[in-house]
Design a protein around this ligand. Structure first.
Ligand code: FEO
Length: 178
């Protein structure tokens, strides 16, 4: 694999692991607010990000390139409100979409068609990630300071479940053995 490409994919493994860290930190913030459903949503999101990291990890390995795990930056530990935390989710996902697009541009430039094809899954995933975060931001704006509305949204977010992705073998194996 082209070295620029493998470096960039290694950078994305780090970015996905940071995302997982970030959502785990947000889960702890939501837990401190006693919002159990929000906490669950963030915990599932953290697991999804870990599975994204594994998808990149497996792809780099399968292509015979070297995985280089770098230090993961510490995320913030607090936000101003449930709305602020979901606005931060949305903005973070916009940033990740930009990183995925940069990877597609690089893969195209170095004519790595396998990588272009592989990255398409993430292009689609980012549309979903942005939409679901934005939906929750819009609901929180409607809810405003209505405690009843916040309670109902918390119940809704509690229903989120994690489904391991095919191709993220370590996680799938761990889930089967659980
Ligand atoms: Fe891995 Fe939220 O994108």
């Amino acid at each position: 694999m082209n070295e620029k490409m493998s470096d960039a994919l290694n950078g994305q493994i780090n970015a996905e692991l940071y995302s997982s860290y970030l959502y785990l930190s947000m889960a702890s913030y939501c837990k401190r607010l006693n919002l159990e459903g929000f906490t669950r949503w963030m915990e599932v999101q953290a697991l999804e990000e870990l599975s994204h990291a594994m998808k990149f990890f497996n792809f780099v390995n399968e292509r015979g390139a070297r995985v280089e795990l770098k230090a993961i930056e510490g995320p913030p530990v607090s936000w101003d409100s449930p709305l602020a935390v979901f606005e931060a989710v949305y903005n973070h996902e916009l940033k990740v979409t930009g990183l995925i697009y940069d990877l597609v541009n690089l893969a195209t430039e170095v004519k790595d068609h396998a990588a272009v094809n592989f990255l398409q899954w993430f292009v689609n995933e980012q549309v979903e990630e942005e939409t679901s975060a934005d939906n929750i931001v819009q609901k929180l704006k409607l809810i405003g300071s209505d405690g009843g509305g916040l309670y109902m949204l918390d119940q809704e977010l509690a229903r989120r479940v994690f489904t391991p992705l095919p191709g993220t073998t370590i996680l799938a194996g761990a889930a089967a053995g659980a």
